[in-house]
Design a protein around this ligand. Structure first.
Ligand code: ATP
Length: 473
């Protein structure tokens, strides 16, 4: 196969000519070649040459034009160039060998074939020659093209060795399957099942990088099912696996919360690419196993799972090395509030809507997306009815927000003002007065404006025996 026609950027011909001038063989390899053939646009190009990658990068930069900067990483023997919107990486062909306690290989210079052998999957082991004599020629020693056609992920060498050498590859196998909607070839998958425990030698950051790519893939449930059935998920995220299973008392079963969660995640994925909204879907029922009870009158219940789930969220984020910042608090907030819109769909009152707008603030749209995704009944008429009721809730939210502006509620009278008005020391009563005003606004007893709030404050203060200070009369 010759792919010269597909190499549209001038960097490829410049790279080929430069390699000829230096008398070295040069190739494009890995993910860029895979994505070129799968017609997935990619901006990251990896070049391998049989010789010094740094020297090749420096010569290419000169030939590409003035002022092209080369970033050299001497320790790794690599170099990087930014050209237009492309990120070009250069390295010499290498051979790798591993010790059992580390995923860091011992690296030596090698041939192109050595370099292709060290790659994780057949579809990632393709190379395109850039030298003039063979420009565009595809080098596919492990039948990567055939695997692409069959849509399978397979390791080039014995999968037991491939995964044992670098267990991160198990996550990568599932990530590529999920991103590309490929199957994992049976021997490769069996090997993941066998070697799953070795994931422990990989840093959590790397595992989660791959997991997040699964979360962001078009149908993330597919990747999660592979993680689950291989046993890998339990190794680093047992809280999610604990959602799996159905328990019976007599004929009463509850639903399988693992597969329900995956359905919610897919529903969110259909309408949003937001990684953190997808994480809220993953965690929304995470406390169901911990709160599960059976009660003769009510059957299975999971009372308080939303609050407990919100309390569990920081611990899970910390353990999974997810960011402990506003992204975590966003997920936590959605987990805490995910049941709140449901009763509104039955009976929608202004005050309940105001309270929800107040509590969810700017995240109310994300919350409604999660709630809609959470409707996973098999009874389509029922689903349709609930979703139509949510339409009404959202309409009501718009009306109430336009009227009352509680979404980003700012107290109409500040604590400092109350202190000054009544000549009070900073104390509990100030919080209580502010709370009374806020409650009255949320209940709709007064409007969200300063004049009405002031009227109420004076009335309540009088009842509590507070005197206005003279300079504030
Ligand atoms: P993406 O850009 O979507 O992350 P990619 O395959 O380009 O996918 P990179 O991590 O940039 O991912 O890797 C580039 C290439 O390096 C891969 O295509 C593969 O050939 C090789 N590679 C990367 N990680 C490994 C690994 N852990 N083991 C073996 N080969 C790897």
């Amino acid at each position: 196969m010759n792919l010269a026609e597909s190499l549209t950027s001038p960097v490829f011909s410049v790279a080929g000519k430069t390699a000829d001038q230096l008398g070295v063989d040069a190739y494009v390899v890995g993910g860029y070649v895979r994505d070129l053939i799968l017609k997935r646009p990619s901006k990251d190009i990896d070049f391998v040459c049989v010789g010094s990658g740094i020297q090749l990068a420096e010569a290419i930069a000169k030939n590409l034009g003035k002022n092209i900067q080369v970033n050299v990483f001497k320790n790794f023997g690599t170099a990087q160039i930014r050209f237009e919107d492309l990120d070009l990486e250069f390295v010499g062909a290498r051979r790798e060998s591993y010790r059992s306690d580390s995923r860091k290989p011992i690296v030596e210079d090698g041939t192109l074939e050595d370099d292709q052998k060290r790659r994780d999957f057949t579809i990632n082991a393709l190379a395109i020659s850039l030298n003039q004599k063979s420009y565009g020629e595809l080098i596919d020693p492990f039948n990567g093209i055939a695997d692409m056609k069959k849509k399978i992920i397979r390791t080039p060498l014995d999968p037991d060795i491939t995964f044992s050498d670098d267990p991160l590859r198990m996550m990568r196998a599932i990530r590529f399957a999920s991103q590309l909607n490929f199957d994992i070839e049976a021997d490769t998958f069996n090997s993941i099942m066998k070697q799953k425990e070795r994931i422990a030698i990989v840093s959590m950051e790397r595992v989660i990088d791959e997991l997040n790519k699964i979360v962001l893939s078009p149908v993330p449930s597919y990747g999660f099912k592979l993680l689950f059935h291989s046993g890998l998920l339990k190794e680093f995220f047992p809280e999610m696996v604990a959602l799996h299973g159905v328990e019976y008392v007599g004929n009463n079963a509850h639903k399988d919360n693992f597969f329900h969660t995956l359905q919610v995640l897919d529903n969110v994925a259909k309408v949003s690419d937001d990684l953190w909204l997808r994480w809220a879907a993953i965690l929304h029922d995470i406390a169901k196993p911990a709160t599960k009870r059976y009660d003769k009158t009510h059957g299975w219940t999971f009372h308080g799972h939303e609050d407990k789930g919100a309390r569990m969220t920081p611990g899970i984020f910390r353990k999974l090395k997810l960011p402990m910042d506003e992204r975590m608090t966003f997920v936590q907030k959605l987990v805490r509030l995910h049941l709140r819109p449901i009763p509104l769909a039955k009976e929608v009152t202004d005050s309940a809507v105001r309270r929800l707008l107040f509590d969810a603030g700017d995240d109310v749209e994300a919350l409604m997306t999660l709630c809609r995704a959470d409707v996973t009944s098999k009874n389509l008429a029922k689903v349709d009815k609930i979703l139509r009721n949510f339409d009404l809730v959202e309409k009501k939210m718009k009306e109430v927000e336009e009227k009352d502006h509680v979404r980003n509620f700012q107290p109409p009278i500040t604590g400092d003002e109350i202190i000054a008005m009544f000549n009070l020391p900073p104390s509990k009563i100030i919080g209580e007065l502010k709370e009374t005003i806020k409650e009255a606004i949320l209940e709709g007893e007064i409007k969200n404006d300063r004049e009405e709030a002031m009227g109420l404050l004076l009335k309540v203060a009088k009842e509590r025996g507070l005197k206005q200070s003279t300079n504030n009369q």
